[in-house]
Design a protein around this ligand. Structure first.
Ligand SMILES: [Zn+2]
Length: 217
């Protein structure tokens, strides 16, 4: 019996099947990677929350103000690893990037009395989370900068919320931003749940899902 080799058509069919299987697999792998980064970011924020509570315990209930290099007030005294102050979304450094994905403080919660201060909305008021400074007033550029870690020179003093333009949450995790709240719990908030005034990339104002940018006493 004559042995028949693979024809070109057979080979191409096999290659096509492999390509289809790979194409089906890649989005699943990418989604798994995204979920892992999101979970890691939430875990970081949880540790940052513990550090804030330890700091407040030592400082008469107060937490650092946003403009006092608040990262340096927590690290290394209350956090061993500075990487915990950084969202795990992307690589540490990229060409052209100055600082990468460090968390930003809600300016409304800056320097508040976290312990024993009588704040009523501890569980709905944001303390820190996924945010970004960018100098661009163009919405598309601002979002691109925030996602790719470009066009900012802030890390220790990063803040967001009711101040200036383009200091806002960044929805890095499948259109969700991870946030640490004053009571120490962490959560992901979906894009669109926070309204911003003065245009899409201006400062944060009211919201539709019970997230507060100012503590109430
Ligand atoms: Zn994050």
């Amino acid at each position: 019996m004559k042995r028949k080799g693979f024809t070109l058509i057979e080979l191409l069919v096999v290659i096509a099947i492999i390509a289809i299987l790979a194409a089906m697999l890649f989005p699943a792998l990418n989604k798994a990677r995204q979920n892992a980064m999101k979970a890691s970011c939430l875990s970081n924020l949880k540790q940052v929350g513990l550090a804030f509570h330890m700091y407040a315990n030592d400082w008469d209930g107060l937490i650092p103000a946003y403009n006092t290099y608040w990262h340096s007030r927590l690290h290394p005294a209350y956090l061993n690893n500075r990487e915990v102050l950084r969202c795990s979304f992307g690589p540490k450094k990229a060409p052209g990037a100055t600082y990468w994905f460090y968390y930003c403080m809600n300016i409304g919660a800056s320097g508040v009395k976290l312990l024993g201060g009588g704040i009523r909305n501890m569980s709905t008021c944001i303390l820190v989370g996924d945010g970004y400074h960018t100098y661009s007033t163009d919405p598309a550029t601002a979002y691109n900068n925030a996602i790719n870690g470009l066009g900012s020179n802030y890390d220790d003093n990063c803040y967001m919320g009711r101040y200036g333009y383009a200091y806002h949450p960044v929805y890095r995790h499948n259109k969700q931003a991870n946030m640490l709240f004053l009571d120490g719990h962490v959560d992901s908030i979906p894009m669109g749940d926070v309204y911003v005034t003065g245009g899409q990339y201006h400062y944060c104002s009211y919201n539709v899902s019970g997230i507060d940018w100012s503590p109430t006493y």
